[in-house]
Design a protein around this ligand. Structure first.
Ligand code: ZN
Length: 189
């Protein structure tokens, strides 16, 4: 089931997600719905906060982006990132490697806004999958960027917080408009 995606201005986006202690049937259903929602929105990633639920949970699928490569190392072996998708990450944490590099990012909670964000190019991720099994891998490129963007959401951090000052000023009118529209909708409810 496709869920509504909350936009900037919704307090859910600023909530730190609670740790998931057990994969209940409700969590399984939420993950399935987040996969459907990400696919329908043609997103690369989606955090639970973006469907209004403050949990340490996100989903990722980089398969539609063909012009921005990703790398993946599973159990020390170089693997096909596409074969690893779609990916659900429960309680993800990571270590970063390398000096930050700038790359373009957008966010389903900020329609039509794109900016370069600096992030470390490689990460080593520890998480659980949708079955509650431990998951460890190392990745780079778009996949590493997407996971860091989603991991930020799980802490209530948004990509506008990491934008260069000038970019944020350039987009001020658009960002304020999204926020105002969201607040007006929330008031009506
Ligand atoms: Zn986002």
């Amino acid at each position: 089931m496709v869920l509504p995606i909350v936009k900037y201005g919704d307090p859910a986006l600023r909530q730190k997600g609670a740790r998931i202690e057990k994969i209940t049937p409700e969590i399984k259903e939420l993950i399935a719905n987040m996969f459907d929602t990400m696919k329908a929105a043609r997103g690369v990633g989606l955090a639970a906060q973006q469907v209004g639920v403050a949990l340490q949970l996100c989903v990722i699928d980089i398969r539609e982006v063909t012009d921005r490569p990703s790398t993946l190392e599973l159990n020390g072996k170089s693997s096909d990132p596409n074969a690893f998708m779609p990916l659900a990450l429960v309680n993800p944490t990571f270590k970063t490697f390398g000096d930050p590099v700038a790359g373009p990012e957008g966010c389903l909670s900020f329609p039509e806004i794109y900016a370069d964000i600096s992030r470390p190019p490689e990460i080593e991720v520890s998480a659980s999958n949708e079955k509650g099994e431990p998951l460890e891998f190392r990745c780079g490129g778009l996949l590493a960027r997407a996971i860091q963007h989603e991991h930020d959401h799980l802490q209530g951090i948004l990509f506008i917080d990491r934008m260069k000052r000038d970019d944020k000023l350039d987009y001020k009118i658009e960002i304020d408009a999204i926020q105002a529209e969201t607040k007006a909708k929330l008031k009506k409810k």
